[in-house]
Design a protein around this ligand. Structure first.
Ligand code: FES
Length: 169
């Protein structure tokens, strides 16, 4: 290597060294900062994690279900329902916005597994009685002998595709 080539390389290296500090400053300024999540977003992520295996998470009398899990995915369609025999509830996609949860215990004689839905009422196939879904306050009690009225309804809350059902009442 001749002297002038060596000096040329040295000068270009020195030039790079001279701009390097400004490169570091630029990197610091564009450092990734995670966005702060709201409490609702954190609660949602927590429940997504807790429901990912079984589709649900039960904490005391509070049941959370994930509408994207195969166990509950029917509820993405209006008019469809899931008879959740494990938790004794009928969960109905009543409209685009509304998901309701009712007791699956028939007010007549307590049958839990013969339900169909006709678009406005649940019908128990055991003796053919039909019941509405609006029993948040007044309802026909489980196995009370009533052959009409409303099924007991449980309060629900929705956070994106997670539905939380309060079974305490
Ligand atoms: S048990 Fe349901 S209609 Fe009789």
């Amino acid at each position: 290597m001749n002297r002038s080539r060596f000096l040329g390389l040295f000068q270009s290296g020195f030039g790079l060294l001279a701009i390097t500090p400004s490169l570091f400053i630029a990197c610091k300024e564009t450092e990734f900062v995670a966005p702060e999540l709201s409490e609702a977003e954190l609660a949602y992520l927590d429940l997504k994690n807790k429901t990912k295996e079984t589709g649900f998470h039960l904490e005391g009398k509070t049941l959370s279900i994930d509408l994207t899990h195969e166990k509950y995915s029917q509820l993405q369609t209006v008019g469809e329902f899931v008879n959740d025999l494990e938790h004794y509830i009928l969960i109905l996609r009543k409209s685009v916005e509304e998901i309701v949860a009712n007791s699956n215990c028939c007010p007549h004689l307590g049958t839990i597994n013969q339900w169909s839905y006709d678009g406005s009422k649940f019908r128990c196939g055991n003796h053919g009685n039909s019941y509405g879904t609006s029993g948040l306050n007044g309802f026909s009690g489980c196995s009370s002998g009533r052959n009409s009225g409303q099924l007991k309804q449980y309060p629900t809350e929705r956070n994106k595709d997670i539905v939380t059902i309060d079974l305490s009442s």
